[in-house]
Write a protein that binds this ligand. Sequence first.
Ligand SMILES: O=C(O)CCC(=O)C(=O)O
Length: 209
Amino acid sequence: MTLGHQPSMFDVAEEAALTPLRGRVRRHVLSRGAWVDHLPGWVTGSDEVLEALLGDIGWRADRRQMYDREVAVPRLLRWYGRGEVLPHPLLAEARTALDAHYAPELGEPFVTAGMCLYRDGRDSVAWHGDRLGRSRTEDTMVAIVSFGSPRPLLLRPVGGGEGRRFPLGHGDLVVMGGSCQRTWEHCIPKTTRRVGPRISVQFRPAGVA
Ligand SMILES: O=C(O)CCC(=O)C(=O)O
């Protein structure tokens, strides 16, 4: 992968490491049983994780049907199922830490890791909720760790209402929980600003997609 990436001037730690979650994650309560937890800078030394993810890890370009034509999905995708070895050890540590922190509330472990590569500002994901699996009918959590160029995650209530905006920078954590996938929608909008690559790593419980 030959995407231009400038090492961060702010994240000078050499080895990737996690900072504590307890007492530092801030919960933002949304409406109708939805919430978002946010922890900027959860991972330090994120450059080495980004470098690994920008390597040849099997990114694929997807296509989808849009009315009568097939169009390219504007981002690259890589899906890690249960038991698949993740491309950097920090990611396995992150999943373990998320399990330890959220298990009492979630009641089950995070199992899959979906990854999206936004190559530049033209890549995006449109408004949606993750409602293909159990999340269509059940409360759940989707934990996202972001690497690379900052991009905002926007949220809005289904059916209209005031939205929310969470900036997602290098090493930041955001967790969408409760009814968020059913009662709210989220997106990563395109931008005309010159931005470098961003990779989103999404941890989900089994059967949530
Ligand atoms: O890029 C992100 O952090 C969000 C990705 C997302 O919403 C999805 O893949 O369903």
